[in-house]
Design a protein around this ligand. Structure first.
Ligand code: TYD
Length: 205
């Protein structure tokens, strides 16, 4: 089973992940992330830091996804593991459809086509949603911002995410990231636990 966590920068995804590691330890999940689950992630980080051209950046994110699937996600799913990924393909569809705006026609269509035929669609995606001003104030304590971490961009990225959630209501679960962090963690952990239990029951049938 593949579960992904998505949301703009500053929603508290990292805090949630730390809590899920503890709360779901008995399920022995494989925790992973994009970018950076393999060495390909290094080139992505460099591309982001150097603000290289947006097509190079986008294709490197896709390359990172391919390496991630090949070396981490597919092998784990083949063993029947629960895989929880901090960011995944929806990050590309949300962020790069904005960074490629005006660079190529129909960025989202181009990005989705690049994933077609080989990528794996998550079983469930938890989308952490927060007012952009709150996200930015959480980020302001960190030194230096990536070029994504600006108000107009994050507004647009979050709107893309929300459109995806409306288009695929069965896959997406929207989580209010302003709630107390323990409450968020309890809710997400419980939802994953129920999915796993339900999945096992289906298999026994
Ligand atoms: P991440 O490592 O999650 O952020 P952090 O700096 O908190 O560790 O992701 C780095 C940035 O890359 C983040 O701003 C989101 C962006 N990103 C994309 O633009 N496209 C993608 O496909 C992915 C996976 C991330």
């Amino acid at each position: 089973m593949l579960v992904t966590l998505e949301g703009i920068d500053g929603t508290g995804k990292s805090t949630l992940l730390t809590a899920l590691r503890e709360r779901l330890a008995d399920l022995d999940p494989v925790f992973t992330r994009e970018p950076g689950a393999t060495w390909v992630g290094e080139s992505v980080r460099r591309a982001v830091a150097e603000q290289i051209d947006p097509i190079t950046e986008a294709t490197l994110f896709v390359a990172d996804h391919a390496a991630h699937l090949a070396t981490v996600v597919r092998p784990a799913l083949a063993k029947g593991k629960l895989v929880i990924s901090d960011r995944y393909s929806d990050s590309r569809f949300a962020y790069q459809s904005i960074t490629l705006e005006g660079v190529i026609p129909n960025p989202e269509g181009w990005l989705r086509a690049m994933h077609n035929g080989w990528s794996i669609v998550p079983d469930k995606t938890f989308l952490l949603v927060i007012p952009v001003d709150d996200a930015l104030s959480r980020l302001s304590t960190k030194s230096g911002r990536e070029h994504f971490e600006h108000k107009e961009i994050l507004e647009k990225v979050q709107n893309r995410y929300l459109e995806f959630a409306r288009a695929e209501p069965d896959r997406f679960v929207i989580v209010d990231a302003l709630l107390d962090k323990d409450e968020v963690a309890r809710f997400v952990a419980e939802a994953i636990r129920q999915m796993v239990a339900h999945g096992r029951k289906q298999k026994r049938k």
